[in-house]
Design a protein around this ligand. Structure first.
Ligand code: GLN
Length: 382
């Protein structure tokens, strides 16, 4: 007999990233959907992992993460954000950014707590809130620049508000927080117990001389934040599933209570390699320019098509309006594009709980020039 049980996520299907990647594989389409680079990662970093394995770094490392890697991250943060972070109490290395987000939410949310999040939203926030019995409070970013309406946020805050989730540079839109956003955020959380979850996995993918306004820059925000990062996005190795979380000591203490009973620790040889690789800041300092070139290359080519670009100031992504081509719902359009024209993308309505559809789709431009060219040649037929 099958046991009967109640699903904890009755509404969850398969993520749109997997759906579109499977469709891309089925129709042999150019995959500009799921966000991962198709260009080679650093040979040097691969050799360092190899060396770490050869040198017997194959057992569990420290539960918080390989100590030298945490030291190197603290140095990097000092250099970039002029903030002192204690590697012993404030940094934990995790199996990916999504895991860091899950752990932060699970460590702090109680049933009934309200969590403010903005839509379109990266797909892991909402299910994680629900798994913890907390209540998502959804606020739409303002179309078409996807800015935050802080007056609306203020109106939605109440005694049950436990957390605000921020994501800059933003997936899927490429929007970024500006100084005014930070001022409003500071005002909003001052004298409250609100925790900030800041998803900053695209920290080094920000364009046009904009500055990444990390929560790490502001002591009064850092003291109430979990800030989540990804090595995969920075070093073109998303399959390594390695990231980290930075927080205030008291919050990090709770984070580690959950982490130690879940993954407990993170893949050792990768961490040893990254610790050495991080000694050269040029390895991450060059990423903005490298990906901006890709965004510009792609958007120049796209000018020859009927797609209309919405601005992208960061992340791997740019979204495009397809209303000159079709009136179809974006899910259908994206699927047909994959099937009939051989280019996979992500429909942006997938990032809304209500399926709100502005007739825009997301393209990942973190690809080789030849891949982007091949895709645009196909899109020109529309
Ligand atoms: N972050 C990637 C994206 O936005 C997807 C990761 C995943 O497939 N879960 O495309």
């Amino acid at each position: 007999m099958q046991p009967s049980f109640q699903s904890k996520l009755p509404d969850a299907g398969t993520t749109i990233f997997t759906v579109m990647s499977s469709l891309a594989a089925k129709y042999d389409a150019v995959n500009l959907g799921q966000g991962f680079p198709d260009f080679a990662m650093s040979e040097e970093l691969i050799s360092l992992v190899n060396a770490a394995m050869q040198n017997n770094y194959n057992q569990y490392t420290h539960m918080y993460g390989y100590p030298l890697l945490r030291d190197m991250l603290a140095e990097k943060i000092k250099l970039l954000y002029e903030t002192s972070i204690d590697p012993e109490t404030q940094i934990t290395i995790t199996p990916g950014g999504t895991y860091a987000i899950y752990t932060a939410l699970t460590a702090t949310l109680q049933p009934g707590d309200e969590v403010i999040m903005f839509e379109p939203a990266y797909d892991c926030y909402l299910p994680t809130i629900k798994l913890n019995g907390a209540v998502p409070v959804l606020i739409g970013l303002q179309f078409p620049d996807y800015s935050i309406n802080w007056d609306e946020v203020r109106n939605r805050v109440n005694a049950k508000t436990k957390m605000i989730i921020l994501n800059s540079p933003h997936n899927p839109t490429g929007a970024v927080l500006n100084e005014e956003d930070i001022i409003r955020l500071k005002e909003l959380v001052k004298d409250t117990d609100i925790i900030i979850l800041s998803d900053e996995v695209y920290e080094h993918v920000i364009f046009d001389d904009k500055k990444h306004l990390s929560m790490l820059r502001y002591p009064e925000l850092l003291s109430r934040s979990f800030i989540c990062f990804s090595f995969g996005k920075v070093y073109h190795c998303t399959g390594w599933k390695t990231g980290y979380c930075i927080s205030a000591p008291q919050l990090m203490n709770e984070f580690r209570k959950v982490h130690q009973f879940n993954a407990f620790t993170t893949h050792t040889p990768t961490q040893v390699a990254l610790a050495h690789y991080l000694k050269k800041p040029e390895h991450y300092m060059t990423l903005n320019a490298f990906l901006q070139e890709k965004r510009d290359f792609f958007s120049d080519l796209m000018k020859e098509t009927k797609f209309k670009a919405l601005p992208s100031f960061g992340s791997y992504f740019q979204i495009y309006d397809y209303r000159l081509i079709s009136n179809e719902p974006d899910h259908e359009f994206a699927k047909r594009l994959t099937r009939e024209y051989g280019v996979a993308t992500i429909p942006v309505s997938a990032f809304y709980q209500s399926g709100e559809d502005h007739k825009v789709i997301r393209f990942c431009f973190a690809k080789k020039e030849e891949t982007l060219k091949k895709a645009v040649e196909k899109l020109m037929q529309l």
